[in-house]
Design a protein around this ligand. Sequence first.
Ligand code: NAG
Length: 573
Amino acid sequence: MLGLLPFVLAALAGTSSAQTTTYQAEDATLTGVTVGTSVAGFSGTGYIEGFDTAGDEIKFTVTSASQGLYDLKIIYNGPYGDKYTTVVLNGAGGGQVALPATTDWVTVSAGQVLLNAGSNTIQIQNNWGWYLIDAITLSPSVPRGPHQISTTPVNPAANSDAKALLKYLGSIYGKHILSGQQDQASLDWVETNVGKTPAIIGLDLMDYTDSRTSRGASSTDVDKAIAFAARGGIVTFCWHWGAPVGLYDTPEQRWWSGFYTAATDFNVATALADTTNANYTLIIHDIDTIAVQLKKLETAGVPVLFRPLHEAEGKWFWWGAQGPEPCKKLWNLVYDRLTNHHNIKNLLWVWNSVAADWYPGDATIDMVSADTYTQGDHGPISATYNALLDLVDDKKIIAATEIGSIMDPAQLQLYQADWVYFCIWSGDFISGGQWNSLDLLKSVYNTDYVLNLDEIQGWKNPTTSTTTSVRPTTTSSTTTRTTTPVVTTTTSRIVTTTASPRTSTTTTRSTTTSVRTTTTSSRTTTRSTTASATPTAVAGHWAQCGGINYNGPTACEAPWTCTVLNPYYYQCL
Ligand SMILES: *[C@@H]1O[C@H](CO)[C@@H](O)[C@H](O)[C@H]1NC(C)=O
């Protein structure tokens, strides 16, 4: 079932050109829409118009000789402005595809679809409506060559521990995924309930900086990291960096939320504009404070997958609030201060935004990554993986540094979404049962493709160890490269790259983390911060329609109802 077989797509009412098969919309099954001919330039005998009501759709039936991955494209015209449509594969889930305004007939990527052997359906559903659909095309995803990744740390002075870690990750990249879990308590829960120990522990430098220690917070995460490394595990740290000054600390925005843009008026652009600014000095001071902790880890022989300034592009943390330029400047400052001033040598630098204009550049980055949360979606998040692959031209290893629902290893391999590790966020995300059932966790943790703590022993010295040898798989030499990550369709649900669901869930768990270490009242407080909606737009079927920090449309298109899935994510269902 692995690897790319030669696909034969038997077209029903389709026309083939090379390996691309075109399906005319006018030949598909139509519901609530009609065939038009007045806008010239369409292919076939017409196009489909009249998308104006929920339930309107085109249903294509496509047959594939074997299971396989295809690039899906939509040919459309958009005379009524920017719209979204919804694409559904085999009746499950639904993902949005943007159809930007155009008065020409334009081809847009709708990501990849994994077709089953035999008959499949692809539905184009109304969502925003008011666009014209001419046809869809399917072509087998183009084979990707071997990965071009670098496994030498960007810091020329990196120590042997950091070098060994990056080399080890390179050795399993595309062949396995490492299991990972954020937070010691949640990792303990996995050990007890799943019966396996993750290969990676995720920890936080949050409670080591002044804005929190000065208010009574403290942390033992560095000690936990050293203990986990002593068991042969791998360590990653993020840093919920509380703004050094300017915290509101009001009942709505308490000090422990000080890493949020909403909780501080600290302006990173102003602070960095002038090295004599008092706030510049405070930033340096905070970096120096965590340098002490990172040095402890270095001394203890623990290399760190270090992920500061995470989720910057989301702008919900102050380091991203002023846009990409100040954020990149801050990244360079953190890198330079720790690497060249403090001579810290045990770090691998993990960048955590996907957008190209946020990328600080290859010279200071060892790995790239993304955090994605879609409750109940166990798909491979391949649209985001492919976006990261493009971002770094396949030169850096890619990790799923925070997820909510665990990925199905079979789909990871079929979509060739070669995330080197996943790290499930703490608390309810792992143990609450809503994001992941215990049965599924057990099944994933027991899959050969997933490497746990017992299977990575000796990774630092692979030549003297037999346990790090990589099991043979059929995926390593037959990888597929796709370059158009708009939406990924999986057999269960479609994953989109839109950020709003991520925004809300990110808010949730970060706050939860801070609550745990400080006080118990912030969850309720945070819930009251739900942003007001834009009154004009209406959300389509499957779209988000509410939740904390969400500020899109809250009304659903008829007949869908805005349904509360959790306080942070409401969906039109
Ligand atoms: C430093 O940041 C604080 C909080 O935003 C602000 O009130 C203050 O004016 C800033 N100081 C300087 C010198 O810019």
